[in-house]
Design a protein around this ligand. Structure first.
Ligand code: ATP
Length: 204
């Protein structure tokens, strides 16, 4: 089973990395691809450049065995539609189960993603709990797709699995503000990423 985590990663932080590690351990995944978006379709342009965001991901994954920085969306250019990324991963991994990890906030907007139904033919969704976010009965479309852990490994794609992870009340927005204002960031992201941001004055 292969896990994937896409995002803007402006910057990457422990709110991404620890829930992803919890998921990888819970699911018994061998590999997690961490995939920074070139042009995220759903939001304004990132502050850090694509090259800086990739470098921060590379520095961060060094702390986590099995995590890989994956630059395919940056190499492809154009809007970073997940469906295209998943088609390329599917071509690479054949019929192995793929699990796209996404936080609850991202999951609630999933129906607005480009060709979202096609995405479910390519991957399972593993929805990670995130402080401040609940389904509140939304995403009714997912009900018929709910699966348990065993179902994820028995099929290549198509199930939705909710995973309760150790809560990390951290967001990239909060970190950009803290860097700009000289606030405290220690413990919220890998030290190597913090040093890179300070050396390059990315959010200051
Ligand atoms: P921003 O504050 O700039 O919107 P972010 O911290 O939400 O950024 P993204 O790069 O947009 O980070 O998120 C990538 C993925 O990681 C999304 O699926 C998001 O839901 C998930 N994620 C981010 N932070 C957390 C967190 N603290 N707990 C669980 N999931 C998270």
């Amino acid at each position: 089973m292969i896990c994937l985590l896409g995002g803007t990663f402006d910057p990457i932080h422990y709110g991404h990395l620890r829930p992803a590690r919890d998921a990888v351990e819970a699911l018994g995944c061998a590999v997690l691809h961490v995939i920074p978006a070139a042009q995220p379709p759903h939001r304004s342009a990132p502050v850090a450049s694509a090259a800086q965001r990739l470098r921060m991901v590379e520095l961060a994954v060094a702390e986590f065995p099995g995590f890989r920085a994956d630059d395919r969306e940056l190499r492809r250019g154009g809007p970073s539609y997940s469906v295209l990324t998943l088609e390329s991963l599917r071509a690479e991994y054949g019929s192995q189960p793929l699990c796209l990890l996404l936080g609850m906030d991202a999951f609630l907007g999933f129906e607005s993603w480009h060709r979202w139904q096609d995405i479910l033919d390519l991957t399972h969704l593993v929805v990670l709990t995130r402080p401040g976010w609940t389904t509140d009965g939304r995403a009714a479309w997912a009900q018929e797709r709910y699966g348990d852990k065993a179902m994820l490994s028995r099929s290549a794609a198509g199930h939705v699995f909710f995973l309760s992870v150790d809560p990390q009340n951290i967001s990239a927005t909060q970190l950009r503000t803290a860097f700009a204002q000289g606030g405290t960031v220690r413990g919220l992201l890998p030290e190597a990423v913090r040093e890179f941001i300070c050396q390059n004055k990315i959010y200051m």
